[in-house]
Structures are given as C-alpha cells and as structure tokens.
Design a protein around this ligand. Structure first.
Ligand code: PLP
Length: 435
C-alpha cells in the first residue's frame, strides 16, 4: 500500500482535525460561558410560565457524561437523566458530531417527502422489536395516541361495540386525552373528566380480574411490563402471558408501553425480551431515550395491526425528522455495545442498594431491571430527593414513596459507589415527617 496521502485522505484528515479542534473549542466555550444567575431564571419563569410544573429549585446549565452543572458551577451526578431520556449522558461526542453534521444539511423535511433516515431506522426497529412496521412521532403520549387509534380501528372492523381498552391501575401512559383516558391514576384524570369512553382498569398481576374484564368488546389490552410512574412495579411473567392469551382469545391487540421501561434500559432492547420464552406484543410504543434528548417516539406493530391504519388516517408534521432519526441510528449503534454494561452496572447498583436496605429499616423493597430501579421507603421521599440534590446527587421520587433511578446507560461502578456514599449520608439523617 502506498504511503502517499491522497486528496480524499487529506480532506478526511483535515475533517478529523477540524472536528477535534471544534470539539475542544465547544467544550471550552461551554465551560466558560457565563450562566444566568439562578434567581433571575426562577423569577422570570414564575412571572411568565404556566405554573404547571413543581420544579426543584435547581437551574441546570450544562452536562458532560453522567454529570450536570448548575449555573453556579456546582456538579451533580445525574441519576434521573431527564426522566430516562439522556441514555448516553450529556454531550456525547458521537451524538455531537452527528448533530453538527445534520444541522448543516437539513433539520426538517416533513412527511410530505422521503428522507434518507426513516427507512433505515424503521428497519433497525423492526429487527430489534421483532415487529413489522413502524410509525414515528415525537413523544410518549403521541406514541400512545397512535396505538389507541390502531386499537379503535382494529375493533371497529370487527364490531361497533368492540372499542374497549383494558389498562392497569397505577399505569401512566401520557397527558393527552387518549393516553390519559387509559392512565390508571385518578389524580392525573380527575380534573379533566369525562375521558374517552371504553377504558376499563384492572389491578396488576391479578389474572382472575383480567379474565373477568377482558371480553368480546375488548379491542386492546395496554400494559407497561414495568410500571414507571406508578412506582417501578414489574408485572409477573404469568400475568404478561395471561394478557397475551386473553388478547388472542378475544381478538384484541396486546400493547406494551415500553416508553420508560424499554429501549435498552432493562438490559435488553425491550423489557418483554426479558421473558423466557419471549411474549410478543401486537404493538409496542417507545420514546424517551430514542434520540437521547431530541424528541422522537415510535409505534411498532405487526403487519396485521399496522394495516388497521390506512393512508391519511394518521400523521404528524414533526415526527421522524432527519435529525432525530440520524441520532437514533447512531444511538442504536452505540446501544448494541452498551447492553452488557447496563446489565452489569444495574446489577451492581441493585446489590449496593440491597446492602443499604439491611442498614436502614425504612427501606421496604429494591425493585427493577437493568438501569430502571425503584427503592420503596415507608414515608414520602421528597425530602430525601432534596437532601440528595444538596449533596450533588440527582434522583427523583415517584408514587410518593418510591425513590427512582433512571441513570444514563454509560454509568460506571465508580458512579454507583459515589451515589451510594451520598445516599448513605442522606439516609442517616432521614426522618419520617411527623404525622
Ligand atoms: C410508561 C410511559 N408512557 C408514556 C409516557 C408519556 O411520555 P411523554 O411524557 O413523552 O409524553 C411516559 C412518561 O413518563 C411513561 O413513563
């Protein structure tokens, strides 16, 4: 082979050097950028934003890997990762490269035309889900709306009475009307009743109740294999199999909402793949980590389920844009190699938390798979979250008493050790609030 550098090689070398210099420059600029003081950020929001979020008093400025920095430069280990979105942490160099490249080429093209990345991404998703066809959208709730429209269209082809969807108490499927209608937590629905007709709720892991409620009018059964917002509650294998059998018996579609518990987080591509043998859904939905912070969701379905939706019956302006799809393709390339880390570090994390459970009797249970972990305590966890934040650790609390960890997939054992040290300190001074 000739040692001479060809023109193409020369421009590649120049390109690589440019990337390195640019990345260093970006990093330096981000580190030295003057942040807006936290108080003025908070005050301005208080004046002009809908007051629908109960935010923690923390203004984030930048992130690197598993760490984020606030406007004063204080560092935090980020174990909530944008509620399970920042799967590769912050400022991942491979994602930064793809984003920079695609931003200079095309950000948006609409679904009037083809672009080069939806097809390859759909093929990738079909392979990893074991399903046939994919629809792209922008968020979890939108993915659920898509799934619900398929359920309705499927039922309607069989009978005008077949429009019921069976879902679980403690579930969470999103904030838009369809997704909210099948969300089994009254606190989210109460102020907006009446909901869509046809939602029926059953208790998780109660097969007898499921058998009673699923019938000829059931068009779909929707479950999270591990309920996220409901308190990190895994369903039993038997219950998931019973859902499949009942859906088949009554010609209903079985939907797995993998928005929080899927896309690598359980240590497999999807949590239904943890079952042996696997139980296949007719539809699976996903969103959160797909494009690592750029909005992207999908509905993946079998040929039969996907055929319920014809041309013009569903769509979106933004869904599946070239930027989001390219990032997701890059993410899947990286995820292939990360799955063993998720299993290994997730297992290590749960083991360390179980050690803590031996020392602190208020810990009721440690639950979850891979890097989706819940620690149930016997009092409201809000103060623990605030104390951990004070000590440089970001976690959150769901369902009032479940401390939840949804860290980036690049988490290391050293990061876990750091988190455990902080938790130990916080737990030592934790006191159940006075009754
Ligand atoms: C299981 C599940 N489904 C749906 C949603 C809604 O997703 P989004 O907030 O992107 O609309 C969430 C969000 O937390 C979720 O956890």
């Amino acid at each position: 082979m000739s040692a001479a550098i060809s023109r193409t090689d020369a421009s590649n070398v120049a390109g690589i050097l440019y990337d390195i210099v640019q990345a260093r420059y970006d990093e330096k600029t981000m580190e030295t950028a003057v942040a807006t003081p936290a108080a003025s950020v908070i005050d301005l929001e208080a004046k002009y934003l809908f007051q629908n979020y109960a935010r923690y008093p923390l203004v984030l400025h930048r992130g690197k890997g598993c760490y984020v920095y606030d406007t004063s430069g204080k560092r935090y280990l980020d174990l909530i990762a944008g509620i399970g979105v920042n799967a590769l942490g912050h400022a991942h160099p491979r994602l930064m490269k793809v984003i920079r490249e695609q931003a200079g080429r095309m950000l948006h093209s609409s679904n009037l035309y083809y672009h080069e990345y939806q097809g390859p991404l759909a093929e990738r998703i079909a392979k990893v889900t074991g399903l046939d066809r994919v629809f792209f959208c922008n968020s979890g709730t939108e993915a659920m709306e898509g799934a619900l429209k398929i359920i309705r269209a499927h039922g309607k082809k069989i009978s005008p009475h077949k429009f019921e969807t069976v879902a679980l108490f403690d579930s969470f499927h999103g904030r838009t009307f369809g997704a909210l209608s099948i969300t089994g937590q009254e606190k989210y629905r109460a102020d907006f009743e009446p909901m869509l007709p046809g939602a029926r709720f059953v208790h998780r892991n109660d097969i007898g109740e499921l058998q009673q409620v699923v019938g000829e009018n059931t068009a779909g059964i929707v479950i999270e294999i591990v309920q996220g917002e409901g308190g990190v509650n895994p369903l039993t294998d038997e219950y998931i199999r019973a859902s499949r059998d009942l859906a088949d018996r009554h010609n209903a579609l079985l939907v797995f909402d993998e928005i929080q518990c899927g896309v690598g987080r359980p240590g497999a591509y999807f949590s239904y793949q943890l079952l042996d043998p696997i139980v296949m859904p007719d539809i699976t939905t996903a969103a959160k980590p797909l494009a690592c912070g750029i909005p992207l969701g999908f509905v993946a379905a079998t040929e039969r389920a996907a055929n319920a939706i014809g041309k013009g019956q569903h769509g979106t302006t933004f869904g599946g844009g070239p930027l989001a799809c390219r990032i997701a393709l890059e993410f899947f390339d990286i995820l292939d190699e990360l799955l063993p880390n998720i299993i290994h570090v997730g297992g290590y994390f749960r083991m360390q938390l179980m050690e803590l459970a031996k020392k602190f009797s208020f810990i009721q249970e440690v639950r979850g798979y891979g890097l989706m972990i819940g620690v149930e305590i016997d009092f409201a966890g809000k103060q623990i979250v605030l104390d951990a934040m004070e000590q440089g650790l970001l976690i959150n609390c769901t369902h009032d008493k479940v401390l939840r960890f949804l860290p980036p997939y690049i988490l290391t054992e050293q990061d876990v050790d750091r988190a455990i040290t902080v938790l130990k300190r916080v737990f030592k001074k934790a006191k159940p609030p006075e009754a």
